[in-house]
Design a protein around this ligand. Structure first.
Ligand SMILES: [Zn+2]
Length: 698
């Protein structure tokens, strides 16, 4: 019977919840991860289990010493919401949060409109817990707040403990911290919280999916106040074994737990309290008196300083005392824009997202390089007619205070006329990377997953998982991304814009790649290649490379993969005219790391003539003698017509550039007065590109 039962539940869930919510999680019902997280903590640190046992002992004794209904004090808990967002629907409104708090208070005070539909058997033990929650009106510095912080971060796409550090936390002895995100890193989990005394101060609190705030807050706050699930401390409702465990609370009937509203269920010998907030059913209505007693006892415990939250001093400090009169706070200016890269003549729509205020009296935008260059509108539309990288500024006033937010490099505008002509060769040798030397209008761009530095190109240090510039290229420097230290993070590398004079014919792309993979891992990093014909604004997918299509080396240790010449390969493809228009083309590499190793990219060639892989074999380009002293000759036999020669030093600086048409070339002049050491000579025309390392001896 069990299977049929589950099937019926499944269908019922689909019917009742699918229309109302679009579920990215693929689950109709709320899944809480509190116990899985707790179990992981205990595995790492057994002391945490002792902390929890200590709290349970305290709670038991406290309840014995303080018989039921002997105290009527209402405990008020100050709350702060940390909304982590990318300016989408997950940037939930203050009103939505306040409504969820109001609902939670009706739940905890037994004031729901549907309390009357609590099953008769449980009406006598349905509790007014006399616990309330209020959004903080003073921040930890005593400044006026509406109790909601907002942090722009891609971390909203994989909410976890890292998200809490990014958004920050307010003193957990004074506030209940609630973080909200668009999706969680734990798949299928809608939220979790920590039992008192089990988390470090800055992680203590509740993390929730934004679209579960109204449904899951009451349940998660129950955990935060010490309550387990009614069937016991696991995240697995519905298992027969659950009758063997219990939540340790006297008046909650033993149950296996429910994911649907089976009101008459008897799973462990007595009628189940399916309507309990701590079950997984969707028809919750009540806490029991026993649960209320546990939560109230917990609020008198020093575990995670829960006993400080509701004190008169703390309510005064957080602006949650009954006498507090809400005032208008200082506004925090913030805005969103629909594009960050456009071609000249393109438009950008800005949107005022100022918060911590109920109204704005005066607003002034300043659009550097834009037309108009100022506006008072809430959602101004701005045209950019000249190339460059421009800042945008928003100034707001609300009668109490003013605030200005300036976003440097808010918009990158590319003039197609500045695009490089074909053939375009990119060896990543520019000394001023990511900006191309002398051409700030047409530089590289990196879209880094790093939430604090979404578009910063960094050569060293903390964000090594971003694309960065390095030695160990096939020739000179190259672009590199280290993928070994994170998973499922995407980072894009936009090459400069290329001008396509004839977009009715194919173009041809080739590049060199070296990629390593842990031989024991079944996963491989993924390299996606996109093209943009809108200066980077929108992307067209071209190709994806992973596994044997990408990997050139098997290396266990990501620290030691520096590719040899035979660990590079050339990837070539054609881009058909159907994917070309607007006289602009921009090649974009995107790495998705899957616990892999390192990807190197070098010597990208974009041409309007087919590139033969064979012809790129550098052995056919000969330089002699090598090493050389003062005279060096290049044999460029394969190059018909005019071709270009560039010479780079070991730092990747171009020290010489010239155009030739003869087969035999004396390049000695390029090295006059140059120090001894390694150099790279590149020879290319629209058909082929070759490079070779040479060594000058004196
Ligand atoms: Zn739970």
């Amino acid at each position: 019977m069990k299977h049929i039962y589950i099937l019926i539940i499944g269908i019922a869930m689909l019917l009742s919840f699918m229309p109302a919510y679009s579920q990215e999680e693929g689950e109709g019902w709320f899944r809480c991860g509190t116990d899985s997280v707790y179990e992981e903590l205990v595995r790492q640190d057994p002391q945490i289990a002792l902390n929890r046992a200590k709290l349970n002992d305290f709670v038991r004794e406290y309840i014995q010493r303080n018989p039921k209904r002997s105290d009527d004090e209402v405990y008020v808990i100050p709350v702060v919401f940390h909304v982590v967002h990318e300016y989408g629907v997950e940037n939930v409104s203050y009103e939505y949060i306040q409504a969820a708090i109001d609902q939670m208070n009706r739940d905890y005070r037994k004031m729901r409109a549907d309390t009357s539909s609590i099953k008769d058997e449980f009406k006598p033990i349905a509790a007014d817990t006399k616990i309330e929650f209020r959004l903080a009106r003073k921040d930890p510095n005593g400044n006026c707040t509406m109790g909601v912080t907002r942090t722009y971060s891609s971390s909203t796409n994989h909410g976890d403990e890292g998200t809490k550090y990014i958004a920050g936390s307010w003193d957990n002895s004074k506030y209940l911290n609630v973080w909200t995100v668009k999706s969680m890193s734990r798949s299928g989990v809608a939220g979790y919280s920590y039992y008192p005394g089990t988390a470090s101060d800055e992680l203590d609190g509740i993390i929730l999916l934004y679209n579960y705030i109204d449904r899951a807050l009451t349940h998660e706050a129950g955990h935060y106040l010490g309550l387990p699930h009614p069937w016991g401390s696991t995240n697995s409702p519905g298992e027969a074994d659950n009758c063997e465990i219990d939540d340790g609370i006297e008046d909650t009937p033993n149950t296996i737990g429910h994911t649907s509203c089976a009101l008459n269920a008897v799973t462990c010998g007595s009628l189940d309290n399916v309507q309990n907030f701590m079950d997984y059913s969707y028809c919750y209505r009540m806490f029991t008196n026993g649960q209320a007693a546990v939560m109230r006892a917990t609020l008198n415990s020093t575990a995670s300083n829960r006993d400080n939250l509701w004190t008169a001093e703390n309510r005064l400090a957080t602006g949650t005392d009954d006498d507090h009169i809400d005032e208008e706070c200082s506004p925090i200016a913030d805005f969103n824009q629909n594009k960050k890269m456009i071609c000249t003549g393109g438009t950008v729509t800005y949107n005022d997202h100022t918060y911590n205020t109920t109204s704005i009296d005066y607003r002034l935008w300043n659009f550097e390089g834009g037309s108009p260059n100022w506006s008072n509108d809430e959602m101004p539309v701005v045209v950019y007619n000249t190339g460059g990288t421009f800042a945008t500024e928003l100034h707001v006033e609300n009668g109490v205070d003013d605030n200005t937010y300036r976003r440097e490099k808010s918009i990158r505008v590319y003039d197609k006329a500045d695009g490089y002509g074909l053939p375009y060769f990119e060896g990543f040798e520019s000394p001023t990377f990511p900006q191309i030397s002398g051409n700030s209008a047409n530089d590289f761009y990196v879209e880094n997953y790093n939430p604090n530095h979404p578009d910063e190109w960094s050569e060293y240090g903390w964000n090594e998982e971003s694309w960065f510039l390095t030695d160990y290229g096939y020739s000179g420097k190259c672009a590199k991304i280290r993928n070994a230290f994170a998973t499922a993070k995407k980072t894009k590398l936009y090459l400069p814009n290329v001008r396509i004079d004839d977009d009715s014919a194919s173009i041809y792309v080739s590049f060199k790649v070296a990629a390593a993979k842990d031989p024991d891992s079944q996963f491989s990093d993924v390299l996606m290649v996109y093209g943009s014909t809108t200066c980077g604004d929108s992307l067209t997918f071209l190709h994806t490379y992973s596994g044997s299509r990408l990997i050139t080396s098997y290396q266990y240790d990501p620290q030691v993969f520096f590719p040899d010449d035979n660990e590079w390969k050339t990837i070539s493809f054609e881009v058909r005219p159907t994917k070309l228009h607007g006289q602009n083309f921009r090649l974009v590499f995107e790495s998705t790391n899957v616990s892999g190793n390192t990807i190197y990219i070098d010597d990208v060639m974009i041409s309007n003539k087919p590139l033969s892989v064979e012809m790129q074999n550098e052995s056919s380009l000969s330089v002699y003698p090598n090493p050389f002293y003062d005279e060096v000759l290049v044999d460029a036999e394969e190059f018909a017509g005019e071709y270009s020669v560039d010479v780079f030093d070991i730092m990747g600086r171009m020290i010489y550039s010239g155009k030739y048409s003869e087969r035999q070339l004396n390049l000695s002049n390029a090295f006059v007065g140059k120090p001894k050491g390694m150099y790279v000579i590149k020879v290319y025309n629209s058909d082929v590109c070759k490079s070779i390392r040479v060594v000058k001896e004196a």
